[in-house]
Design a binder for this molecule. Structure first.
Ligand SMILES: Nc1ncnc2c1ncn2[C@@H]1O[C@H](COP(=O)(O)OP(=O)(O)OP(=O)(O)O)[C@@H](O)[C@H]1O
Ligand SMILES: [Mg+2]
Length: 243
């Protein structure tokens, strides 16, 4: 793995919900062209962090920079236009629309709208199964297909960085395998990927670099292939020194 520059930098981020502090001095460096994963149990602050990157939550302090431009606190639509998109937890599809209509909705922002035919084509070439079903209502899709559509919707915004929040949750192992195969293809197509996972082994297997979060803090980080799985699991479960 050669060294590349960072595309997204999170510096000393603190986020509160009212009086409750959900993130404490979180810093991360997402390298361009890599798959980076964030591992953490329920409530460790993963979604809060991603929502803050996307401008959905506002940070109390700290900064988020995309290609050296400060995007912290910016409007979500502006962040998407600048090249960061998220497939949110639980997917984000419009049930009453067809697959094609869902994708066209994904390309609604001006920068993508002009190239919508090309971008929808790009999404369909990455997800040929969706092309076959393009005229079907999204409500008829299986859990795995929904997750694929949610990722495809992110792709039609033409992102540099694609963020996926728990794309494998509740899916059968064989489907999860397919989804991670797609993530690899998306990454090979030039997109930087930031993933959130609850499963330690899977997360380390499918990423280049990992951050482990416990109770709103980053407690461990490293090259995924070099992180000892047992130690990551101990951190994850809040055992001994990480509790
Ligand atoms: N809108 C909110 N208002 C108040 N507290 C919140 C809100 N959203 C999240 N929290 C709290 O912030 C903490 C972090 O939650 P968050 O959803 O970011 O965790 P997570 O790591 O994504 O968890 P999960 O794996 O369950 O998705 C939790 O204690 C949660 O209860
Ligand atoms: Mg979450």
């Amino acid at each position: 793995m050669s060294d590349t520059g960072s595309i997204l930098k999170i510096d000393n981020l603190n986020v509160h919900y009212g009086d409750f502090q959900a993130l404490y001095d979180v810093s991360m460096e997402i390298k361009k062209g890599r798959v980076t994963s964030i591992i953490g149990s329920n409530g460790s602050g993963k979604t809060t962090l991603l929502n803050t990157v996307m401008g959905i939550n506002k940070p109390t302090s700290g900064s988020i920079t995309l290609n050296d431009k400060d995007i912290s606190g910016m409007r979500t639509s502006k962040i998407v236009a600048d090249g960061v998109t998220m497939s949110p937890e639980g997917s984000s599809i419009f049930e009453d629309m067809t697959i094609k209509e869902n994708l066209l909705m994904g390309a609604y922002l001006p920068h993508a709208r002009k190239r919508k035919t090309e971008l929808v084509e790009k999404a369909f070439s990455l997800f040929p199964d969706l092309r076959e079903k393009s005229g079907q209502l999204a409500s008829l899709l299986s859990g795995g297909q929904r997750q694929m559509l949610s990722i495809a919707k992110a792709i039609v915004t033409d992102p540099q960085v694609i963020i996926c929040d728990e794309i494998s949750l509740g899916l059968a192992p064989v489907i999860i395998k397919d989804i991670y195969k797609k993530i690899k293809e998306i990454n090979a197509a030039g997109m930087t990927v930031l993933l959130v996972e609850q499963e330690v082994k899977r997360s380390l297997k499918h990423s280049d670099y990992s951050y482990i979060m416990v109770k709103g803090r980053v407690v461990m980080e490293g090259v995924s292939g070099e992180l000892p799985e047992e130690e990551v699991s101990s951190a994850y479960f809040g055992i001994n020194k990480y509790a």
